[in-house]
Design a binder for this molecule. Structure first.
Ligand SMILES: [Zn+2]
Length: 107
């Protein structure tokens, strides 16, 4: 995978936008660079991160939300944590609460 290194100017632009939307603290260095890259390449950013969506919007960068993509098909399955018993819609490898394995099951 090739990594695009965004222009410092684009990163500045992202920093300013994040400052304006109040999301500056929520964005990691990687988040900022991803945003700057999407901004530079006129690409669509794919993220569920609310802060990134916010900043992308203020930069006029298109956003695709992972969780809403193909949601009809995904409704067939839940993922239940073997540790704490919580169920999730997303197919994560591990429970985001306690870190135990998730098992796929029908709701
Ligand atoms: Zn758990």
């Amino acid at each position: 995978m090739r990594v695009h290194i965004p222009d410092p100017e684009s990163v500045d632009r992202v920093d300013r936008a994040a400052g304006e939307t109040g999301d500056a603290d929520a964005l990691s260095r990687t988040d900022r660079r991803l945003l700057a890259t999407a901004f530079e390449l006129d690409a669509t950013l794919v993220t569920d991160d609310y802060a990134m969506q916010n900043v992308a919007e203020s930069l006029d960068v298109g956003v695709d939300v992972i969780a809403q993509d193909g949601i009809d098909e995904r409704r067939d399955w839940n993922f239940q944590c073997q540790g704490c018993g919580r169920t999730f819609d997303d197919n994560d490898d591990r429970c985001r609460i306690c870190g135990s394995d998730l098992e796929r099951k029908r709701p």
